[in-house]
Write a protein that binds this ligand. Structure first.
Ligand code: 26V
Length: 853
């Protein structure tokens, strides 16, 4: 166990008189050398990439540390309102290039490494991604905290310090093979363990109600099996503004009693087994974002995170404000990233009542005024429900509270719609049935003052669809916050060429005020600028080709059109539609229909949930099609296909800059927002897409002439659900008929008969929920418009420039300003001591200048 907190006895001289560390190359080089030799104790025999990387990180971390403390002190001193972003997933990616950029020392660090004769790229590439998430929802959290720090908002993230992040994907014989991602094995120099802030989280046991003379009913949750939560803090630097916020990740460890009781009773193996039990809670990230499986361990993880986070917040509250909670809801807000942490509604009630002695009404007034819920999916199979019996065994006190919340809520519903028992059953937090279940989304909505979707269409569909009853009851609660992504990582950092070109033209203001990119729209008329633009794209395509060749052994020619679909593999995202188009192009080559051909390199990447059989079969299908096409000499340079293994945040940082055509082709009404679509747009890729999620808003901003639209819209899809006849569509479309004939002939699975029947049958089924056949024709037509446009480099340059020029709205800075204005209502707080960076405008915080926007 970590030793007890020694803070109270710290001598003053230890803390004060810190001189600020130099931000120039010489100071950095000296510190890297010192850390290498002294802190890490390396000598000429022990030189390794590992130690070099660590020495560089520690040198930068020192500089973050000063700013981290200043930020923390300024928040504390100003007694400002704070928000907490509770998320089961944090896809942070790499921290080194981000820290260099946001500290304003990218060039100085590069120079320092030159002085030391070290290679910057090698050091950057040495870092493993922090892959503590599945996809969009986890990366969104990471983009959001980047923007919060850049806007100097007092927002803290809470999550789980999984020992194993998202699995590593290998492709063997065309199939996905999963390997554990033991990302912490060599330590994580970015994290700071804070044992002094540990919390105790209870599980199991039973609830005892005792009549207590003066204070009424006293509740005791007893005979529990407790687990300790130890926080590990990650620094989140704002862009060149001196602010460093925190993402606090919790690790589960056994309590002392666990060990002592059983050890001293001679039950050594039992004691060790229980220890493992506790540690299992934060062992591994669930890699499934497709279906709710009701796994007991996952609920344990959710409660562990939520309880640790809330107790941590209340601990600080009591330290700063005492046992007085009158202003708690005015000074705290919890943003729930999907329903995963929505047990927070019941847990805050429990803590306020059982631990801080508030009555129900007071506790409810607080809870329901500081919780805010974001929904990220419309797919019914992903909506979380937990069997009541699981709750009763694992969290009996929480179940009691949920029942009470529900009883009070249902009487409100009955008052509003007397006698409408069907509505009551529909809205109830408890779904009745053979196996009653707790509907987490209903708990989240009932307990929150704000419910938001993540793109305009998504929010409208929530209000009209799955949450319709709730919207009728509380229309004012519902709001939209269209997603955004951080331009620091997904443009400045990942696309040096474009960053330099843009900055040469319009200065640096766009980095924190992305709408300024509008300025480059005019430059599209300048042939020199267009040339330059295309040259940057080409060099990024070459970088991507190197990655593809190394990983897949497929040669992509940078003169071809790079057509890219990277995202989780899911039927609704329709990688199948894309591969059918590839088969159609191949069929055209085989029948000699290649006049006015645009050479294409089609890239796929993405992980399938390990238990999602169909998604894995889709990977196999893509791989087989790729193999046949790439090895057929008649395709030559006209068509190449590759499936890049192990898609990740860092991979996207190479992929997006090298992409011409961005595939955003989900069935309309299924993709809540999408955020990959925005990363591609930043980097001058042109979208081919449906009217789904944020695509609709992207198209509106960039203009319809700069977007390749296809497919049925969500209303048409809704109407098609009855009487859908894909067989007829296939019969009547010669191209599609030929594609099916080729696939069904076994051309792509000569030695694996029947391998793709499930995929074929699903597309041919009148029950196909994703309407692949229905959108094929218009997809092919849109693709040939894209091909034609790409054959004209001038035209393509204009399309590409227009996309970057109009991407400003999709900065997560804009999204976070909206969350803050309409939900959190935080005041920005600059750190004590200002920016500390002599290289940038001294002490002036640039982001704050744009805050009004
Ligand atoms: C869902 C589930 C459901 C079953 C239980 C386990 C589990 C774990 C993760 C998820 C995440 C699915 C939700 C998600 O990632 N949604 C994506 O959120 C993005 C950010 O808002 C959005 O851009 C994507 O369109 C949406 O699919």
């Amino acid at each position: 166990m970590p030793p007890e907190d020694p803070r109270t006895n710290l001598p003053q001289p230890l803390l004060v008189d810190m001189t600020n560390l130099g931000m120039d190359a010489a100071s950095l080089a000296a510190d890297i050398r010192r850390h290498f030799n002294h802190t890490l104790g390396c000598d000429k025999h022990s030189i390794s990439a590992h130690h070099v990387y660590h020495a560089v990180v520690i040198a930068l971390r020192d500089r973050l540390m000063e700013r981290w403390k200043n930020t923390h002190y300024s928040y504390q001193q100003s007694r400002c309102k704070r928000s907490y972003y509770l998320s089961m997933e944090w896809l942070m990616g790499r921290s080194l290039p981000n820290a260099m950029l946001n500290l304003g020392v990218s060039e100085a660090t590069a120079e320092a490494l030159q002085i030391l004769n070290l290679n910057l790229d090698d050091i950057i590439n040495y870092e493993r991604d922090a892959g503590l998430g599945n996809g969009g929802l986890g990366r969104l959290a990471a983009c959001f905290v980047d923007s919060c720090a850049t806007l100097q908002l007092p927002v803290m993230g809470h999550g789980i310090r999984y020992e194993y992040g998202i699995f590593r994907q290998l492709i063997k014989d065309g199939n996905q093979v999963e390997e554990p991602d033991h990302w912490l094995v060599h330590g994580n120099p970015w994290e700071l363990e804070r044992p002094e802030f540990k919390q105790r989280v209870k599980f199991g046991g039973r609830v005892e109600y005792v009549q207590n003379g003066k204070s009424g009913l006293q509740v005791r949750w007893i005979e529990t099996e407790d687990v300790l939560a130890i926080p590990y803090d990650l620094p989140v630097p704002g862009y060149e503004n001196g602010t460093v916020n925190t993402v606090r990740l919790w690790k589960a460890v056994p309590t002392e009693e666990f060990d002592l009781g059983k050890f001293s009773a001679g039950l050594y193996p039992e004691a060790v087994a229980e220890k493992t039990n506790a540690e299992n809670i934060t062992k591994v990230l669930y890699p499934d974002d497709a279906t709710e499986q009701g796994k007991v361990l996952r609920l344990r993880q959710q409660y562990f995170l939520t309880s640790a986070a809330l107790q941590d917040v209340l601990r600080r509250w009591v330290r700063d404000y005492g046992e007085e909670f009158g202003e708690f809801a005015d000074r705290s807000c919890f943003q729930l990233n999907d329903t995963h942490p929505s047990i927070a509604v019941a847990e805050l009630m429990r803590l306020l009542m059982d631990r801080h002695a508030l009555g129900w009404d007071a506790a409810w007034a607080i809870t329901s005024n500081c919780m805010a819920y974001t929904n990220h999916t419309l797919l019914p199979e992903a909506l979380e429900k937990w069997p009541v019996w699981v709750f009763r065994e694992m969290l009996p006190r929480l179940l009691d509270i949920i029942y009470e919340i529900n009883a009070r809520f249902l009487s409100d519903v009955a008052r509003r719609w007397p006698g409408d028992i069907h509505r009551q059953a529909r809205m109830s937090i408890v779904e009745e049935g053979v196996q009653p279940q707790i509907r987490m989304a209903h708990l989240a909505i009932v307990g929150s003052f704000s419910v938001n979707g993540v793109a305009k269409l998504h929010t409208r569909l929530l209000k009209e669809g799955i949450f319709r009853d709730f919207h009728e009851l509380w229309p004012e609660r519902f709001n939209n916050k269209t997603n955004g992504v951080t331009p620091r990582r997904f443009l400045v950092q990942c696309n040096k060429g474009l960053n330099e070109l843009i900055t040469r033209e319009i200065g640096t203001g766009w980095v924190t005020d992305l709408k300024q990119l509008q300025e480059i729209q005019k430059r599209a008329e300048d042939p020199g600028f267009r040339q330059h633009w295309l040259a940057v794209k080409k060099s990024n395509k070459k970088r991507l080709s190197v990655l593809v060749e190394r990983q897949c052994g497929v040669r992509f020619d940078a003169d071809a059109m790079f057509d890219v679909q990277v995202k989780r593999i899911h039927e609704y995202k329709r990688q199948t539609l894309n591969i059918l188009h590839v088969v159609h192009l191949y069929d055209r080559i085989k029948r000699g229909d290649t006049d006015d051909w645009t050479p294409r390199c089609v890239l796929f990447a993405g992980k399938a949930a390990p238990g999602y059989w169909m998604a894995k079969r889709i990977i196999k299908f893509i791989s087989n099609v790729a193999k046949v096409i790439n090895s057929d000499p008649s395709t030559g340079d006209l068509l190449k296909v590759a499936f890049l293994p192990d898609y990740s945040v860092s991979a996207m940082e190479v992929i997006a800059p090298g992409t011409d055509l961005s595939e955003q082709i989900s069935t309309a009404g299924t993709e809540a927002s999408g955020t990959g679509n925005m990363k591609f747009m930043f980097n001058g890729a042109v979208t081919i897409g449906t009217l789904d999620g944020a695509n609709i808003e992207i198209r509106k901003k960039v203009g319809e002439e700069n977007f390749f639209l296809f497919g049925h819209d969500s209303e048409q899809i809704g109407r098609m659900r009855s009487g859908y006849n894909p067989m007829q569509i296939i019969q009547e479309d010669e191209d599609l008929r030929r594609v099916f004939a080729l696939v069904e002939s076994g051309h792509f699975n000569q030695f694996e008969p029947g391998h793709f029947d499930a995929i074929i049958n699903s597309i041919k089924s009148p029950g196909d929920p994703w309407f692949v056949a229905a959108d094929f024709r218009s997809f092919v037509d849109a693709q040939s418009r894209a091909s034609a446009a790409h054959r004209d480099p001038d035209k393509w340059a204009r399309l590409s420039i227009a996309n970057t020029a109009n991407c400003g709205y999709f900065s997560s800075d804009r999204t976070i300003r909206a969350y803050n204005k309409e939900i959190w209502r935080l005041r920005p707080v600059a750190p004590l001591g200002g920016n500390l960076n002599p290289m940038s405008e001294s002490g002036v915080n640039r982001a704050a200048l744009h805050l009004k926007g």
